[in-house]
Design a protein around this ligand. Structure first.
Ligand SMILES: [Mn+2]
Length: 360
């Protein structure tokens, strides 16, 4: 098992690589989507002060440019070289910008064109030698949460208190604002089966490309995991529902971005049995190693060592099954100091590193 660290788009710089290395990471999971528009010029809008994208009703920020050069082989190779110069490797890219695939999610008129673009992106990721591409097949995305000082010692953290069912405004997809014209009239109520058909359409086309490219597509479960959110259906809102996704297109390239926090928020199934099942069969590409208290739609995120999940037990299961992928903290409560996000992350990394050394 490898210890990794996740970095957002605006953190892709030498200082962050050194911070990750100093925390004991050997690998990075990088986000190329600029969720809160922190990389845009200031005049284009306010930046979120902290590094915790929560997902209130107005969403995170504007979606990016579908042709952003960051998805080119040259850009990815440059990123890889910068990261490797600091003694780290890139394990995964996490998430696709909704501007690249909103009509795949919405079954809109540009879905074929967008699928061609996704296939090119997967080939580029493979050519750059990056083994995993994480995605989250969701219309509403990560939304309907708030922030409250509910983690240990009054640390600010992400909270869900009831499922927000206010309809998505036109043009909002995956909790970001896309070109309204491109999506007008498409964010309507649909059935769960319809969304599963859209996922099947996506996987049957992209998994073979991923296989040929040496890339594993890794699915994040629905966060937060409720049957519907903002009037749209969700796919993987109980741990066993991951199996349906895997069975659509059985392949090593059809894998899981296994988010322990989200899975623990789910109301059914035993997280230890499920972790044993998915890791035994080699389905897990990487793990979001975070902890929570409560079940959706009423839960809050907590420090890695104070939640409902017995984290040492999870690591024991992963070790028993020979899991050889990466663990990353995902997110943590913010600590009261001058660097709330960094302190929270460093705390989680120290805990994870200690657990990994204890289990050998
Ligand atoms: Mn996660």
């Amino acid at each position: 098992m490898k210890l990794g660290f996740g970095l957002y788009r605006h953190q892709l710089n030498q200082d962050s690589y050194r911070f990750a290395r100093q925390c004991g990471a050997t690998h990075l999971v990088v986000h190329l989507v600029d969720y809160t528009n922190a990389c845009r010029p200031r005049e284009e809008g306010p930046r979120e002060a902290n590094q915790q994208p929560v997902g209130r009703q107005d969403g995170w920020g504007r979606a990016g440019d579908p042709n952003d050069p960051c998805w080119s082989v040259e850009w990815l190779e440059g990123l890889k070289a910068d990261v490797e110069a600091e003694g780290l490797s890139i394990w995964a890219i996490e998430n696709l910008d909704p501007s690249m695939w909103h009509d795949v999610l919405l079954d809109g008129p540009r879905k074929d064109e967008q699928m061609a673009r996704l296939a090119q992106v997967v080939r580029n990721v493979g050519r750059a030698g990056i083994p995993v591409l994480g995605y989250n097949f969701s219309i509403a995305g990560v939304c309907g949460r708030d922030e409250k000082p509910l983690a240990r010692g009054g640390a600010m953290t992400v909270v869900m208190d009831g499922a927000d069912q206010t309809p998505l405004p036109g043009g909002m997809v995956w909790n970001m604002r896309c070109d309204a014209a491109a999506t007008e009239g498409h964010v309507g109520p649909i059935s769960h089966d319809e969304l599963w058909r859209r996922l099947e359409w996506f996987l049957t086309r992209l998994v073979p490309v991923a296989e040929d490219s040496g890339v594993r597509l890794a699915a994040h479960p629905d966060d937060p995991p409720t049957p519907t959110l903002r009037g749209t259906p969700r796919l993987v809102y109980q741990p066993r529902m991951y199996q349906r996704l895997l069975d659509l297109v059985p392949s090593r390239a059809n894998a899981l971005e296994y988010c322990l926090g989200t899975l623990s928020e789910m109301s059914e199934d035993d997280i230890y049995e499920m972790t044993d099942h998915y890791s035994k069969h080699g389905h897990i590409a990487y793990v979001h190693f975070r902890n929570v208290r409560g079940k959706a739609p009423h839960y809050h995120e907590v420090f890695v060592d104070e939640g409902d999940i017995d984290m040492p037990r999870i690591l024991g299961i992963l070790k028993k099954n020979g899991f050889d992928g990466v663990l990353v903290p995902d997110h943590t409560p913010l600590m009261t100091c001058d660097a709330p996000w960094h302190a929270g992350m460093a705390y989680a990394m120290g805990y994870m590193r200690a657990l990994l050394s204890m289990i050998g």
